[in-house]
Design a protein around this ligand. Sequence first.
Ligand code: AMP
Ligand code: GLY
Length: 420
Amino acid sequence: MNILILGSGGREHALAWAVAQNPKCDRLIVAPGNAGIAQVAECADLDVENGDAVASFAVENAVDFVIVGPEAPLAAGVADDLRRAGILVFGPSAAAAQLEASKTFTKQVCDAAGAPTAGWARFSDPTLAKAYVSEQGAPIVIKADGLAAGKGVVVAMTEAEALDAIDMMLGGGFGTAGAEVVIEEFMDGEEASFFILCDGEEALAVGTAQDHKRVGEGDTGPNTGGMGAYSPAPVMTDAIQTQVMDQIIRPSLREMVSRGTPFQGVLFAGLMIKDGQARLVEYNVRFGDPECQALMMRLGAQILDLLLAAAEGRLSEVQANWADDHALTVVMASNGYPGSYEKGTVIGGLDDIASNSGAYVFHAGTAKKDGQIVAIGGRVLAVTARADSLAEAHKQAYAMIDQINWPGGFYRSDIGWRAL
Ligand code: AMP
Ligand code: GLY
């Protein structure tokens, strides 16, 4: 079959790498892609948030199946446009993508579903919001309701920080995404990510992971999109996975059905675990990046069969086959990220790295220029290895990094510290 993947990050490179290994995949196109993706698929220049353009491209190229990587096209309704054009697609409708695009929406779904999550209230009036903060005290969490490129959450340790965040968000700091704020109870505990494929009704867990959000060693410095990840996450025991499926995921999916907006795609549940119980921090409606790189390294070619089953409403007929293995991915980023950084720095040594089904360098912000690979984004490479133990995967990933010659980039040397 002919398959189109939308996106250009390390997540989409990992999806393309795994999908291309499945014998069902005849032609693989990724739009817009990057220099690494071009080694495993055709890249096409396409505005992936323009549903009409994506649907026309898919029809013209006899695409049988579209996999949507990032949240922006989903929130823009690209999956709806593709379905209207009669094309099979993995990814939720714009209505169901509200689970990521609106914090208020998710809190309402959780309340209706009885899913454990932080207590909350919503405000568009700063005076009322501040009065609520004074009443509740700190620590407390202030969130812009809409999509704010991962920057819309302030975990305020003091009341003063909370009041500043309210002024910033309701004062237009995030544009319309911050026209309403959700104020949440602070949850203490250990965070983990849980990925669940959904076909509208059925749910199939496809892995756990832990991310490293902060830019610096020992989880210090500003937040980023994620500097590294590993899978599985030891904190996500079988008992906790069962609790999350029974108390959070399945009730949320039933609530989505009863609202007439069933969820089809991958639910990325951000969880806070304390005393053997998980509560929902947030939903995303896509795979995590870089969590996806670790997950695809473990799942390999079967991911295509699982995504197809989700898109065709037959998840109850399939299962994920797991080996007892571990994968770890280390992100290499341009010097200066997550602040401003130089573009066009040359990355050497990539050709000498031996790739195989258990070791691969996924690309994010890369391009090919005059025969060389250059960095054009903040997060640039995701160096990923799989092995029988996390310690061995860690060793292999860092051994690959040692072969990369990129003075313009940096990485965290402590990915996996919590589990190792
Ligand atoms: P989000 O952008 O919603 O993923 O939130 C970013 C980060 O803020 C999460 O990964 C958590 O570390 C933290 N966070 C969000 N909500 C809460 C909460 N209610 N309590 C504690 N930490 C939170
Ligand atoms: N790595 C976190 C995310 O993709 O949102």
